[in-house]
Structure formats: C-alpha cells, structure tokens
Design a protein. Structure first.
Length: 210
C-alpha cells in the first residue's frame, strides 16, 4: 500500500528512465578553472615529454640516465597527494627554447612548502627571484594531480591568484614516483622550454649533520 502511494522522482527533461546519472568527474573541477590555453598544454603533455627528451638526449644522455625515474614519462604511482611540510626541491629544464638555447639545464636546489588550505593542497616555492605557487586538484587519473598556479617575481610578497595574469599562469601534472619522492611536470612552460620538471623530497629535520 505504501509503495503505491510513493511519488516517482522526476527526471531531467529529455532523459530516458533507463539512463543512470553517475557521480561528477573529478576533472570537471579543475577544468572549470583552467584556461583553454593551459588545458591545451596539459593535453599535449605526451608530446612535450617526447620533444623535450629528444632535444636533451643530444649530448646529455648521461645526465638524463642518472636522474632515473624523474625524467621518465608515465612513471606516476598511486596516491600522488604529498604530505604537508617542507621539501627539498630542484628544477630541471628540458628542450630548447631557441635554436641556440640549452637542451638540458639543472638548477640549484631550493626549498618549497606544501600545506592544506581549505580542502586543497597548495605548493609554494619559498626562495629565489621566481617562485611558483599554486593548488593541487584531484583528477580522474588516480596516479596524478593537476597543478594550477602562478609565478611570483622579485620582492612580491603575495603570489597572484591563478588567472589574474595569464602570462604568469602555470599548469602541470603532479605525481609520486617513489617512496617519499614526487615530481611536478610543467609542459610547454611560458618561459619557452619544452618541459620543466620539479623534483621534490621531504626535508628530514632529524638528519644529523656530518
């Protein structure tokens, strides 16, 4: 009797009763924020790896081999989210920005910091004249997160929000590549190289100086 009195839920116009509606895709959240230009860069990540490594291997194959999984595409592992805290970071730029540019360049180490703001993880480079800062977004691919951020310059105290200045926007893929080892890959960065790879390992405050 009670079942006969129940009202069937109304379906959206044009939807057949046999069509089921699943949960929203995780990628929809970051795609609603990312610019079309940055979505295009991320869509061409595989091409960036291919072109950057092809450039860099001409004369730098030994350096690339020594970096191991850091400079190998498709090596992301499950559970990519980093633990909040301080990290030792460094950046490697791959691929020539100009015909006379460097195809492989490893920069001095620096510190960066991961923290939770609201329900999202953020990453901030703490030192240097150019300091990326941004948020990590969950993706439908369980082996990666999406980074959307901006570049802070000089003596600027607060980073720009993503989208405030399109010329400073940064978009990349964040992955775990080993135990306590992560990387942030920026394809087709606006500085003109083909691929920037940030290497992140946690700072061990308990380590004793030698």
């Amino acid at each position: 009797m009670l079942g006969a009195c129940e009202t069937k839920p109304k379906l959206p116009p044009g939807m057949h009763p046999s069509v089921t509606v699943g949960p929203p895709l995780k990628a929809e959240a970051w795609k609603a924020v990312a610019t079309a230009a940055d979505q295009d860069r991320l869509d061409r990540l595989g091409l960036a790896w291919q072109a950057a490594l092809a450039d860099a291997k001409r004369g730098n194959s030994g350096e690339i081999a020594r970096e191991g999984k850091l400079l190998l595409p498709r090596t992301g592992l499950p559970r990519p989210a980093p633990t909040p805290g301080s990290y030792n970071c460094r950046m490697i730029a791959l691929g020539k920005a100009t015909p006379k540019g460097k195809a492989f360049e490893s920069f001095k180490p620096f510190f960066c910091y991961v923290q939770i703001e609201g329900d999202q993880l953020t990453i901030v480079k703490q030192t240097g004249s150019q300091r990326p800062a941004g948020r990590l977004w969950e993706d439908d691919d369980p082996n990666r997160m999406i980074f959307l951020g901006s570049l802070t310059l000089g003596d600027e105290e607060q980073p720009l929000a993503y989208g405030d200045d399109p010329k400073r926007n940064m978009a990349g893929v964040f992955e775990r590549i080993g135990a306590f080892h992560w990387r942030l890959v920026i394809p087709w960065p606006q500085n003109g190289t083909k691929l920037n790879v940030f290497d992140l390992t946690p700072v061990d405050f308990n380590a004793q100086p030698r």
